[in-house]
Write a protein that binds this ligand. Structure first.
Ligand code: DON
Length: 419
């Protein structure tokens, strides 16, 4: 049998192939020369499977898709506070190259518009790096997200720099507000080099999959940035990634995303996959026309909208039984699936409603595949309270889902790998 996914991708590309509206970016002369017919799409799963269709291995410049990744590097290299002090997280509802700053703080509104991205570029790497070293840090960081060494397209870089009047104006304005502290031209040169990094749709899908996979590149297994950084980046992509089309995108597609004026578009669906499309003709917002259309289709065909969740998780309590044995009566709660707050609350309720009178109570998590921090703490508190009520509490946990469990303060828990 052939895999279903590439056939689906080819069919989706076929459906948008004839759409000819929009124009390649005209304000960067080298980009205006792009072949407008190029069309590709790639899915990369969080466990490293990559499906490509069409022009998935054609190189083009990353442009604004570099912004969320450089923001991630700045957060990672400098910490949240210094970055947030200089760049906000509010959607601007403005075009990507709007010359605007927050009136009270002088900060750019978010890191996805050029003003924010130019500032973010200046914050990548350790403080005090020379401009060339900072570019090196950014290119290496983008390469780590992609899982292969990326390089700069010198032609596009020079072409953009010759026409960078607007970005230079933005950088000078940032310098006058003390948001940039260095030579504005050097920062714009670095930012333009960052935007000129060559990628393929396959690279972009891997970069997006790294965000979807909590910062770990699914192929190299490198933890590129930590989870707190990923959460921040995905949140900003979800609210600001599509500029003045962010609201339409959030409601219709609902995947944290970022576009670039060379025609790339990425979406990162936490826990599932990274998606990238490539098609150079842009709409009025600077977003790829056929890319947007493909994402709308992917989202509705495959139920990828982040606000669309599966029906309430199958009962986390698989069974609740009493067993008689040599050691007396035992109440056994067999738990299953992924447990987060709502699942843990359901377990607390099950235990309360059962009001176990048996001397032993067993919490069996052998069928649990994930348990987050709050759920883990709630289960330990259940164990503690059961101990205080006079029960012997046993945790069946063959895969150490709850490592080194400590119910604390009067709680006692015996851990076994099977009953
Ligand atoms: O700064 C610029 O104008 C370009 N280097 C990047 C703009 C961009 O990709 C906007 N996104 N769609």
């Amino acid at each position: 049998m052939r895999s279903i996914v590439p056939d689906y991708l080819n069919e989706a590309l076929g459906d948008v192939e004839a759409v000819a509206s929009g124009e390649p970016a005209g304000y960067i002369p080298e980009l205006a020369l792009a072949d407008p017919e190029r069309l590709g799409a790639v899915f990369a799963t969080v466990d490293g499977e990559v499906y490509g269709a069409g022009d998935s291995d054609v190189e083009f410049t990353i442009q604004s898709i570099s912004k969320p990744f450089t923001y991630a590097l700045a957060l990672s290299d400098r910490g949240f506070d210094p970055v947030l002090a200089r760049v906000g997280v509010e959607p601007s509802g403005e075009a990507f190259n709007e010359i605007s700053l927050e009136s009270d703080t002088g900060r750019p509104r978010n890191p996805m518009i050029n003003a924010g991205a130019i500032t973010t570029h200046s914050l990548a790497g350790a403080e005090g790096l020379r401009p060339a070293e900072r570019v090196e840090r950014v290119v290496q960081g983008l390469s780590a997200f992609a899982g292969r060494q990326l390089k700069v397209d010198e032609m596009v870089c020079a072409s953009e720099m010759e026409n960078a009047h607007r970005n230079l104006a933005i950088a000078h304005m940032l310098r006058s507000h003390g948001i940039l502290t260095e030579d504005p031209r050097a920062v714009v040169e670095g930012y333009v080099r960052q935007c000129s990094v060559l990628v393929t749709a396959r690279d972009l899908a891997m970069m997006a999959a790294t965000l979807a996979n909590r910062g770990v590149n699914p192929l190299s297994n490198e933890q590129v940035v930590d989870q707190a950084v990923v959460r921040q980046v995905l949140s900003v992509m979800a609210t600001c990634g599509m500029y003045d089309a962010a609201g339409d995108w959030a409601t219709q597609v609902g995947i944290p995303a970022k576009s670039g004026v060379a025609g790339g578009l990425i979406g990162a669906l936490p826990g599932q996959l990274g998606i990238a499309t490539f098609s150079p003709r842009l709409d009025a917002h600077g977003n790829s026309v056929r890319g947007v259309s493909l994402f709308e289709r992917f989202s509705s065909d495959m139920g990828l909208h982040v606000m669309e969740v599966p029906p309430a998780a199958r009962a986390v309590v698989r069974s609740n039984r009493v067993r008689a044995g040599a050691e007396g009566m035992t109440r056994i709660f067999r738990l299953q699936g992924g447990i987060r707050f709502a699942g843990a609350e359901r377990i607390v309720r099950e235990v309360l409603e059962s009001a176990p009178s048996e001397p032993r109570v067993v919490l069996d998590v052998s069928l649990v595949h994930s348990i987050d921090d709050v759920a883990r703490r709630m289960l330990l508190e259940v164990a503690r309270r059961l101990t205080l009520d006079g029960h012997e509490v046993v945790l069946v946990d063959p895969e150490a889902m709850i490592p080194a469990p400590d119910p604390g303060d009067g709680g006692r828990l015996t851990v076994v790998s099977e009953l």
